[in-house]
Design a protein. Sequence first.
Length: 204
Amino acid sequence: MEHMRRVAPQVPIILDAKRGDIGSTAEQYAKEAFERYSADAVTLSPFMGFGSVQPYLQYEGKGAFLLCRTSDQGGDDLQNQRLASVEGQPLLYEHVARLAQGPWNLNGQLGLVVGATYPAEIERVRQVAPTAPLLIPGVGAQGGDAAATVKAGWRGAADGSSTGPIIVNSSLATLYASGGGDFAEAARRAAQSTRDTLEAAKQG
């Protein structure tokens, strides 16, 4: 963390911890994320309700991304189930998106994790949560398409602003671009290639 802060202080650091526990325990995990590691944001599971999320929102200037529609196939087991007890019977991931856009987002600190492997769901989440930041993993090694991801999730305006920012993550393709001595340069090339692809997709 010290190295990243020193070398690239302008780059936000998201701790992909996927935490999700009761309030008293969440308080300690929040302290770990934002005080010990000095992360800018953290990923959280919303499964235990708002009480497990609220302690992270006590940190001004910090953010949290709720797991919503994850890039793994196993996410279908729960995230694509309909909630008969909620008005309109939305899918679980749609309900999470509504909570993050609305009543849970007390200070504008919440975003959503939506996998690039499901562009149709990215588009649906963007409809439900038009201003929420989206953290989108799964481009590259997991098979997510960068252009489809940008088309589904990014809503750029004529002045260059965006009503709903997206952060596209491509970890595996970057980290394992090479197993040899050139791993650092290979990782750099992979990251730049992904960035160029994303920028081209934004242009249309």
